[in-house]
Design a protein around this ligand. Structure first.
Ligand code: GP9
Ligand code: MN
Length: 687
């Protein structure tokens, strides 16, 4: 036994031995932090495996730097690296506790402007046991100082150190390969910091975040006020005057934005085995008081939901790559719907979503957009079976949202983002009472089933709104964010649409999503105007009669008479009432015929193309250069992000105060008696 220990300590007395010890200790404590301090949501064996091994490659690389140095210095360097690395864990543990997200360099750099009140709150939420991350370092120092572990002063061969560096890079690539196979677009689409840590590790996250922050500040630094001038000039030329028969017609009403996840236009009135997939949405679509649009396209790119949100609430395009919300949402200046409505018309603003707040960086972006409240996963009761895929099932989500909706001082602007109708369209048996389609494509066939479920949950929500009087005094906007069935499923799409063959034209038309605005007394009908997500904000503001003449918006009111009906797709393709351009081919929009263009047509198409390219690139310039910091519309005050908290307790206290002082909420009007019991759902989980 004694021999054994001797052998062990002998081994520890070598430089390599000490190096491995420090790396393994670091690995273990990182993993403990992963499991106990963060909610990374590792599901399945691949993700669990990656979570387990991901601290190792970076640790080998970073600690391995010390091996290039001589004697004692190498040891001290290892310890210093450990202190720095552990401090990074420590800071993230504490930050995560408050914000359910990882620290970003953008936040650290401008903590006051981002307004997470970092310094103040960190001290309050640090626990004594957080210092556990330093314990191994202290022990190692003691062991070295007391010579229990002896310093190995022999020179360490450079080529060994170098081999180790190469090995750690190789491991990192292997890890990245596995991660990307499990979650494609991990770094290009940048969904959620939790994902990067879960798949790649805290160090890789730090590196990636540093790179992103650097890229972002470089473009920001090179932009100036004159860039904004050219944008304003363009926007002035493109502004249309609102339709007088609609302008201000819905002034002062509450607004509900119902985000129908992955919901495509073809589902409207679509039948399977003679049964309507979405009877409630169909009725809503055809209602006399609903303005519906049947040539409305999604315009998203990689940022999917987040692109849709960006367009809807800012009338700015998403970026050609990645998600503008993740990359620019924290630092940039915005003049978004929630801020405009609360400032100009006294609205209470709130977003609701049954997923973690960090997804698409909503937790930070929503503050920049002026959302006073963001009810995300921690506000909802979660029990086994309540969630599927990304989060809460829609019926449970809508039902549980009622307790917050009733507290919002009116008028309010409330956005509810649904989730269940999301790829891969999974739903348990007890929630499935609709026949799947029979194309034989496993991804496509259950789509109508989750869409049907979404429709039912929408029906329950509308019933509640009617019962508590909100249906009458609210504008209810419902829209599909993007396709649910991707272009990779041509044969199945052909079957769904009853066609022999699917052309690129058909696929482009398949990008239509519903857009409907309902309000009591609103003159409804189905409009055939060509438009898209970029046009929603000006449409809504005009309906609400909120001054909209000097805002930076790339869309045009869908109700305006003289609007330019060109819909830009993010890749530079477009559709207009006459022409649809996909790749190098121009189609007749009405018939789908491939056009061989006359000289005059060529000129017309080139003009549209020029318009599309210009608006996309100007919108990108606004985001890349953070140009809105150079321009503030009249009467608009720059959003003060520090005035918002989305943390459950303080936010609910704030809401409680507002509710009591303003006395305009549903709850207040019901003499403080909750209306939640009026919410009826057939969700089997809640029975
Ligand atoms: C996640 C949800 C899904 O919170 O909004 O986003 P998507 O994958 O559709 O972009
Ligand atoms: Mn989506």
């Amino acid at each position: 036994m004694a021999n054994f220990f001797k052998r062990k300590t002998n081994w520890l007395n070598t430089r390599m031995g000490f190096f491995l010890l420090i790396v393994v200790l670091f690995w273990v404590k990182t993993y403990i932090a992963y499991q106990t301090e963060f909610t990374l949501g590792a599901k399945g064996s691949v993700q669990q495996f990656l979570l387990l091994i991901n601290p190792l490659p970076a640790a080998l690389l970073v600690f391995g730097i010390a091996l290039y140095f001589r004697g004692r210095l190498a040891y001290w360097l290892m310890l210093i690296i450990d202190v720095l690395e552990s401090t990074w864990i420590f800071a993230n543990v504490v930050y995560y506790r408050e914000f359910s997200d990882f620290l970003s360099f953008g936040i650290m750099k401008g903590s006051s402007s981002v307004g997470n009140n970092l310094g103040k709150s960190l001290a309050q939420i640090t626990h004594l046991y957080d210092f556990f991350v330093y314990v191994d370092i202290i022990i190692l120092i003691v062991l070295l100082v007391t010579h229990v572990i002896k310093i190995d002063a022999r020179p360490f061969k450079r080529r060994y150190a170098f081999s180790l560096t190469v090995l750690s890079f190789a491991l990192m690539f292997a890890e990245f390969g596995m991660a990307n196979a499990d979650r494609s677009g991990l770094l290009t689409r940048t969904f959620d910091n939790n994902y990067i840590v879960k798949y790649l590790g805290l160090n890789e996250y730090a590196a990636f975040n540093a790179y992103q922050t650097q890229k972002e500040s470089a473009t920001r630094a090179s932009a100036n006020a004159s860039d904004m001038k050219s944008v304003l000039k363009y926007l002035k030329q493109n502004r249309v005057s609102p339709n007088v028969s609609y302008y201000g017609k819905e002034k002062g009403k509450n607004v509900f934005i119902i985000h129908l996840e992955s919901f495509q236009q073809f589902l409207i009135d679509y039948k399977v085995d003679g049964k309507e997939v979405t009877p409630t949405l169909n009725k809503f679509y055809h209602n006399n008081n609903t303005l519906s649009f049947d040539n409305f396209y999604n315009q998203v790119a990689q940022g999917k939901t987040s692109d849709a949100e960006m367009m809807l609430e800012n009338s700015l395009f998403g970026l050609p790559q990645g998600s503008a919300m993740t990359t620019y949402g924290t630092q940039n200046t915005f003049q978004a719907a929630p801020a405009i409505l609360s400032q100009e018309a006294g609205y209470t603003t709130a977003a609701f979503h049954g997923d973690v707040p960090s997804f698409w960086n909503r937790d930070n972006t929503y503050k920049s957009w002026g959302y006073q409240y963001f009810f995300s996963s921690s506000y909802y009761t979660e029990k086994p079976g309540y969630s599927v895929g990304y989060g809460l099932k829609d019926k449970i989500f809508f039902k549980q949202s009622a307790q917050y909706i009733e507290q919002l001082p009116q008028p309010f602007y409330a956005k509810l983002i649904t989730l269940t109708n999301h790829y891969p369209y999974e739903l348990d048996k007890k929630n499935t009472d609709f026949p799947a389609t029979k194309t034989g494509d496993k991804t496509v066939d259950p789509y109508v089933q989750t869409a049907h479920y979404l429709d039912q949950s929408f029906a329950e929500f509308l019933t509640y709104l009617k019962k508590v009087g909100l249906y009458k005094n609210s504008v209810i906007v419902a829209y599909g964010d993007h396709y649910g069935i991707s272009n990779n499923h041509r044969p199945a799409i052909a079957q769904l649409l009853g066609k022999d063959k699917i052309t690129s034209y058909d696929l482009a038309q398949f990008q239509k999503v519903p857009f409907m605005i309902h309000a009591n007394g609103l003159k409804g009908g189905i409009s055939h105007t060509y438009g898209g997500e970029i046009d929603v904000l000006p449409t809504l503001l005009d309906l609400l009669g909120v001054k909209n003449t000097d805002t930076v918006q790339f869309g045009q009111d869908l109700l305006a008479k003289n609007r330019n009906q060109t819909v830009a797709f993010r890749d530079g393709n477009f559709v207009s009432p006459k022409y649809m351009k996909i790749g190098g081919t121009v189609y007749d929009t009405k018939t789908g015929e491939v056009l061989s263009l006359t000289a005059a047509q060529k000129k017309a198409v080139a003009k549209i193309q020029n318009h599309v390219t210009t608006e996309l690139s100007l919108s990108d310039r606004v985001i890349y250069g953070d140009l809105l910091r150079f321009y503030t519309p009249k009467n608009f005050k720059k959003v003060d992000k520090s005035s918002f908290t989305y943390k459950l307790k303080p936010a609910m206290e704030k809401l409680g105060d507002a509710e009591k002082s303003e006395k305009t909420s549903v709850l207040a009007k019901n003499n403080g008696k909750s209306t939640v019991s009026k919410y009826k759902t057939d969700a089997p989980e809640l029975k």
